[in-house]
Design a protein around this ligand. Structure first.
Ligand SMILES: NC(=O)c1ccc[n+]([C@@H]2O[C@H](COP(=O)([O-])OP(=O)(O)OC[C@H]3O[C@@H](n4cnc5c(N)ncnc54)[C@H](O)[C@@H]3O)[C@@H](O)[C@H]2O)c1
Length: 459
């Protein structure tokens, strides 16, 4: 099969590389010339485990090509995947300008029957807009060329994207025309070898499925964060509660880890977009409003704990931050909790040394340049360098090397043995025995000062 993937970001590159790995000929298109040039030289624009060898090998074998020219890619293809970004617009709705720009360009160059697949996360009704945009261009050209628009939302997780694409829980295909379903069935056959994973449905249902999935996962996280915050007040260790409820098969263990908020390019924007879509239909999403509000607040929980311990004025204090990416396994900093924490620490007068195993370059590119210029933020090459002479360590992203660190060495390096653990990676009792002051998320029993304080307020 000859496939064109338009948009060579996290989703487009993984999609293109994985289809090529299964034997298809794939051309990846992007407007970012530097990205395309880099890929031709084997330089990947993103960090994603296992992706590099697949890209490099398939490029060498000639099954994967890269170009900035969509018309060039369209010369020998009739299956187009749109995988460009759909960032939040000012009102929170998904900004479709990139998707529709691609649709128009496809319409300008379409030559024969083709299938256009929306892989980007797009609101219900977008396939109809893509259809209309292409049709307008065909009409302007005065040609009649049949085409189908299909919705095939992507469910990969950054950090495990290749694995997720190769062995997905399910493949959702929203297609009305049987001829389009047949092509999609054939395309995904290699991914369905041990069991059938493809679910065919209507286009609008497929579009909604993606939002409902992300909204459900975000809800689980925000629910658990709410329980954790309550545990903090009541002297209850949420980690026991998590195990206690996760063992219920109806609830399960996934996505119930309390923490300092969810980030990334998907959950925050998709929850916002669904709220916005609902508002356009005059519907008030009470649950999702609360999910979003809880998450925004959750991103400030670490800073609140820090100021409860050190006071509101942090000038002259130094903090060591472990983890900048929005989650382990990626260099993606979009909507990362670390950014909210850094902003608050720096605004309160603190200086920060931060370490992340892979997101250093992304941090340099996205965080305010004056933080670096003024020395308020220093990125270190090694995780322990970030702890030298600091008044406290703050764990924001649970990368594996942070899970079982050398606590004795940390104590020697740090000015004060204080740890704020935004992902509940450590055992409070063990740390207390080692002489650390420790605060996790919802580990109530180990924060007597906080409890007492809140009892006074409550009383
Ligand atoms: N990142 C994820 O984990 C993930 C998972 C599932 C779904 N999605 C969805 O997939 C879509 C893409 O997300 P992403 O994270 O890969 O985005 P991204 O920002 O990493 O990549 C988008 C790419 O599209 C390119 N682009 C923009 N306009 C273009 C055009 N006219 N022609 C060609 N290329 C163009 C950009 O240069 C960029 O490289 C979004 O809708 C997102 O919500 C993302």
């Amino acid at each position: 099969m000859n496939i064109t993937v338009i948009g060579t970001g996290y989703v487009g590159l993984v999609t293109g590389a994985c289809f090529a790995e299964m034997g298809s000929n794939v051309t990846c298109v992007d407007v970012d010339a530097a990205k395309i040039e880099g890929l031709k030289q084997g330089i990947l624009p993103i960090y994603e485990p296992g992706l590099e060898p697949i890209v490099v090998n398939n490029y060498k074998e000639g099954r994967l090509r890269f170009t900035t020219s969509l018309p060039e890619a369209m010369a020998d293809s009739n299956l187009y995947f749109i995988a460009v970004g759909t960032p939040p617009g000012e009102d929170g709705s998904a900004d479709l300008q990139y998707v529709l720009a691609v649709a128009r360009e496809i319409g300008q160059h379409l030559k024969a029957y083709s299938i256009i697949v929306d892989k980007s996360t797009v609101p219900v009704g977008t396939a109809e807009k893509v259809q209309a945009a292409i049709q307008r261009e065909l009409d302007a050209r005065g040609v009649h060329i049949p085409f189908d628009v299909v919705s095939n939302p992507e469910f990969l997780k950054e950090g495990a994207a290749v694995e997720d694409f190769m062995r997905p829980d399910r493949i959702i295909v929203g297609a009305e025309a049987e001829r389009a379903r047949e092509v999609m069935r054939n395309l995904y056959a290699p991914f369905n070898r041990n069991r059938e994973r493809t679910l065919f449905m209507g286009v609008r249902e497929a579009e909604m499925t993606k939002y409902a999935a992300n909204a459900m996962l975000a809800t689980k996280i925000s629910f658990m964060n709410e329980i954790a915050n309550l545990c903090d007040l009541m002297g209850v260790d949420v980690e026991s509660v998590r195990e206690g409820i996760g063992s219920d098969a109806r609830i399960g263990y996934s996505f119930i880890y309390p923490g300092c908020g969810y980030g990334g390019s998907c959950f925050p924007k998709d929850v916002k977009a669904l709220i916005r879509t609902a508002a356009e239909h005059g519907f008030d999403t009470q649950v999702l409003n609360a999910v979003e509000a809880r998450n925004n607040q959750q991103k400030t929980v670490l800073f609140d704990k820090i100021t409860r311990h050190f006071g509101a004025d942090l000038s002259g204090l130094h903090f060591g931050v472990w983890g900048l990416a929005f989650k382990p396994g990626t260099d993606d900093m979009r909507e990362a909790s670390s950014v909210v924490l850094l902003e608050a620490l720096i605004a309160a007068g603190a200086t920060v040394k931060a370490y992340d195993p892979v997101a250093r370059e992304a941090a340099r590119a996205t965080l305010p340049a004056d933080w670096f210029a003024s020395g308020r933020l220093v990125l270190t090459e090694h995780q322990y360098d970030a702890l030298k002479d600091v008044d406290a360590m703050v764990l924001v992203t649970e990368w594996k090397p942070f899970r079982h660190p050398d606590f004795e060495a940390m104590k020697r390096l740090m000015k004060q043995p204080v740890i704020f653990d935004g992902r509940n990676q450590y055992d409070p009792k063990q740390l207390q025995a080692l002489g650390f002051r420790y605060a996790g998320i919802g580990r109530g029993e180990h924060q007597p000062a906080t409890r007492a304080e809140l009892k006074i307020v409550a009383g």
